[in-house]
Design a protein around this ligand. Sequence first.
Ligand SMILES: *Cc1c(COP(=O)(O)O)cnc(C)c1O
Length: 422
Amino acid sequence: MTDDNPPIRRLADWDAETLLGLADEYDTPLYAIDLDRVRENCERLRAAFPDAEVRYAAKAHTGRAVLETVRDAGVDVECASAGEVMRALDAGFPGDRIQYTAVNPPARDLDYVVDRWREHPDLTVTAGATDTIDRLRERGFDGRLCVRVNPGVGAGHHEKVRTGANAKFGVPYDRAAETVESARADFDLVGIHAHAGSGISGDDLANHRELVRRMGDLARAVEPLEFVDVGGGFGVPYREDEPPLDLDAVAAATRNALGDVDATLAVEPGRYVVADAGVLLTRVNTVKEAGGATVVGVDAGMTTLLRPAMYDAYHAIRNVTDPNGPAIPVTVAGPICESADVLCEDRPLPRPARGHVLAVGNAGAYGYEMASTYNSRPRPAEVAIAGGTAELVRGRERLTDLTALETEHHRTEPTDENGTEP
Ligand SMILES: *Cc1c(COP(=O)(O)O)cnc(C)c1O
């Protein structure tokens, strides 16, 4: 790969002045997503998989600016819900570049997507259960259908992200061929799909290869198909010393494992497209020495970035304000009343002080998307950077947004024994 499109952008590579300027101008906690880096990641993927269809798994980051950047970079989109289909259409993806993957879809999602399909008949629906196929048929859908298969192998950095062998996802492998064949009668059967999980690394390549091999076997058994989609899950190095994924090696292994199939290969990376394009900025508000540990309280927590609490995920953290202070081991903790609400524990960092800005790396994927309002904490703002210029793309939620949808509760007044109000 060329130097101007390195396989990973590290947290250390972000310009300190820019980050401090953003924290000052837009306040914290603040997500920043660099659209130029999103485009570079798309370009590397397309270069590594020149004959494949690359689909961005939008759930990693559904911001409109990101979706538009992905669209312009020639990458298609994979949507996990009606809301994501709506976002993809709003961002200007034509129907033939949208794939909707239905996982136990609520009726309202199917209704919405089938309605949109009537306007955009080229969109593809992926179903992972015969019930889902029946429910599509009941709604009059007879368009492009892909069958999600449970390949019986999973991969990923954490048990919670391994989907490939989880019975929740896809029709069982040994019934896949018959499901595909019987669906042909009522639908335009275009593909088969499987997704092993998230966070494929060099170590997990064997699982990925096995999944792809099984999908190749199935494809040969049910030909003709337009595409074989082997999912996403391309890992990114969260630790500073972890090497980046060798995308060309993954691509070569994928092609080899698929074997000779008369169908287009499709891949669905989410994390890989956006992870290193995003940082989270947070400000220190409390520093406490307690029991030999230094606890650094910041304004971002598990409601801002859930991955450390949910997956024990490691995210690089940098003291942007004072990078040269003496390094001391610190626990960086958020404002939520949960002990899981820590961004790191016992991590050496240049001594943080009140008012310092810390940056959290690789926050572009599953960062803002997993943000919540738990503890009645409004979700953060987000800026997008393009050509070195930042622009607010998601305003900071206000306290009043928290209650905006609440309706008045009509309380029945207590009555006494005679049924009269006291
Ligand atoms: C989440 C998901 C992906 C993307 O996973 P990443 O680890 O972000 O690459 C791809 N396909 C499906 C069906 C998914 O659910």
